[in-house]
Design a protein around this ligand. Structure first.
Ligand SMILES: C[S@@+](CC[C@H](N)C(=O)[O-])C[C@H]1O[C@@H](n2cnc3c(N)ncnc32)[C@H](O)[C@@H]1O
Length: 439
């Protein structure tokens, strides 16, 4: 066989292989994707920190396992709590993830650290002992340090949401964590620290419902002791601790619209974008812990504006959208101009994200997007249909759209305390799994 014939045979095989892969992708999207059982008997890192709207680990696992080779590269451009990346790592794939939320990066980095649990416990005990001493015997010094550490806006935020003693406990803890020389253990203890603040119930703040990103202050709430919660979380997170396989992980702060990745370098994209029009307002909750890591409230407000789905449209370039998406934006604009413009921004930005995902994906590979719709001022904006349309406009073929019912409690979507008929109450109970194919 001469060289040209060789190339011909290889590409014929590849085409056949691609067709089979696409068929498999279509089949996977038609299976039951609800995953209501077997929550806890898997990798405990998935439960180390609360994160709104994270998808069940079974979902990315299914697609990674079936649609990528071992050592293949899996990308989540909006990594959140890194469910996709962790599953890719466990399956010995190379995982690549990006996010613009500093807390997402803190959580994600901690999950991929390698350390001995005994050393982590030893260090955590030292942190707790030192912090307790400072709290018991040097309270005035801690109070001074608190005033020096935070600007007036951040201080008044802390005074509103945290009791004074809790602020001092947290300050004593974070100052000890900052002194840790072992970077892996430090990252792990930073995650523990954050996980005692952002909780579904209980927690150390005066807020209820932080993990649902709908914090409201309840004056009758008795916050937990930060020292006690820190110690409890430490042991909980180290239960069933196991080293990860030595797969490569690359997690970085970057905008999904402009990723530092070469074209055609990814074997599978598995991701979920934020909801349209900020239905889940991550920064509203994440700032409760990010301020302790040195972020100012004013800086966090700026980051919030850069989120996909943020309502800010000032100085924003709005794209010309394909027909159906455009009609949804116009329908909403007629009822509520501001919300309509925000939706226009969301779909415009999703055009850019989808273009970028198309660029980095290899040919003959899948890009799977998990998305739920929203009802805004009574208009179902049909995010799944609009994103399908946008995907097709930017070069993808649609393999199939799968469906799953949302387990609202587990995914920590905003839930029932909201007023009946409120925007959040009318949110979808169905999630769509858009299977795009790059031919
Ligand atoms: C629905 S969450 C992802 C949850 C994730 N699938 C999980 O299981 O944890 C969406 C993520 O998109 C991130 N995000 C928002 N705007 C972004 C942007 N411009 N670039 C990258 N990530 C962004 C948010 O910070 C958030 O972490």
């Amino acid at each position: 066989m001469n060289r040209d014939m060789n190339v011909e045979v290889v590409s014929r095989f590849k085409r056949k292989d691609n067709a089979a892969q696409r068929e498999l992708c279509e089949q996977l999207l038609q299976t039951n994707l609800d995953f209501k059982s077997s929550r806890n008997n898997h990798e405990p890192r998935h439960y180390w920190h609360a994160f709104p709207a994270k998808f069940p680990w079974q979902l990315p696992k299914l697609f990674i396992e079936n649609l990528t080779p071992v050592a293949g590269r899996v990308l989540d451009p909006m990594a959140g709590s890194c469910t996709t990346l962790l599953e890719a790592s466990l399956l010995n794939r190379e995982s690549v993830g990006f996010d613009i939320d500093p807390l997402s990066l803190i959580i994600g980095r901690a999950k991929f650290q390698r350390f001995s649990p005994d050393s982590a416990v030893e260090t955590a005990y030292r942190v707790l002992k030192e912090a307790r001493e400072k709290f018991d015997f040097f309270k005035d010094k801690l109070k001074d340090a608190l005033k020096k550490r935070f600007d007036p806006e951040t201080l008044s935020f802390l005074d509103y949401w945290f009791l004074e003693d809790t602020q001092l406990e947290l300050l004593a803890l974070i100052r000890e964590i900052e002194k840790i020389a072992d970077e892996a253990i430090k990252q792990f203890l930073m995650l523990i620290f954050s996980s005692i603040i952002i909780t579904k119930s209980g927690g150390v703040t005066m807020a209820y419902d932080l993990a649902h990103t709908r914090p409201h202050r309840v004056l009758s709430k008795v916050p937990n002791s930060a020292f006690q919660d820190f110690s409890k979380r430490l042991f909980k997170n180290l239960q069933k601790f196991q080293e990860l396989p030595p797969a490569e992980v690359f997690l970085k702060e970057a905008d999904a619209k402009n990723m530092p990745l070469a074209g055609e370098s990814v074997d599978l994209i598995f991701t979920s974008p934020p909801y349209a029009n900020n239905a889940i307002d991550y920064m509203r909750a994440h700032k409760f812990s990010l301020v302790w890591f040195g972020c100012k409230i004013s800086d966090l407000k700026q980051i919030r504006k850069t989120y996909l789905g943020s309502e800010t449209t000032l100085n924003f370039r709005l794209n010309d959208l394909p027909a159906y998406s455009k009609s949804k934006v116009l329908e909403l604009k007629k009822i509520n101009k501001k919300k309509g413009r925000a939706l226009h921004r969301y779909y415009s930005e999703m055009c850019e994200v989808i273009k970028e995902m198309y660029r980095v994906l290899k040919h003959g590979r899948a890009c799977v997007i998990v998305v739920a719709s929203s009802v805004l001022s009574g208009v179902d904006v049909e995010t799944h249909l609009c994103l399908s349309e946008i995907g097709k406009t930017h070069g993808f073929e649609m393999a199939h759209t799968g469906k799953r019912s949302i387990d609202r409690n587990r995914r920590m979507l905003p839930t029932s305390h909201n007023k009946t008929g409120s925007q959040i109450e009318t949110r979808m109970h169905t999630e769509y799994i858009l299977g795009f194919w790059k031919v």
